[in-house]
Design a protein around this ligand. Structure first.
Ligand SMILES: [Zn+2]
Ligand SMILES: [Zn+2]
Length: 138
């Protein structure tokens, strides 16, 4: 099964094959700033699951809150950040689930950087406590 992500203006498209291996919430301030929302959500696949990337793209490499690099790729027209590569996961590609515009997209199962979480953001009660503070370290 293929899933197609697109940016706000639609010129940048990315096709992923199959389901992500992990979907995680990140409360860190860098994710808050880059998304403009109060947390980020990342869907990770092996790089080989990325079938195509079409359109103009720009990238920006930053240091994460834990000091490792994350390189984000975004549409130079509308600014949507679509996908990224991270030092902590060298064989993976992270994609923003919102760019698939698909409410049936697999839900996150873990969260990191709880220390930056806005207190009104409540993770699902059925998640184990460690999942709310675990997952991939950024
Ligand atoms: Zn765009
Ligand atoms: Zn983050």
């Amino acid at each position: 099964m293929s899933r197609i992500a697109s940016c706000s203006c639609g010129q940048l498209k990315l096709t992923m094959e199959g389901d992500p291996t992990e979907v995680t919430v990140c409360h860190c301030f860098e994710c808050q700033k880059s998304t403009g929302s109060v947390f980020g959500v990342s869907a990770y696949w092996p790089k080989s699951a990325c079938v195509s990337i079409d359109g103009q793209v720009k990238s920006w490499r930053r240091s994460s809150d834990s000091g490792r690099w994350v390189e984000s790729y975004f549409c130079p027209i509308c600014g949507s950040t679509m996908y990224w590569y991270a030092e902590f996961a060298p064989d993976e590609i992270g994609v923003a689930p919102g760019n698939f515009a698909d409410p049936s997209f697999p839900a996150p199962t873990s969260a990191v950087w709880d220390s930056c979480r806005h207190p009104w953001v409540k993770l699902p009660a059925e998640w184990p406590e460690e999942a709310k503070r675990g997952g991939l370290p950024e």
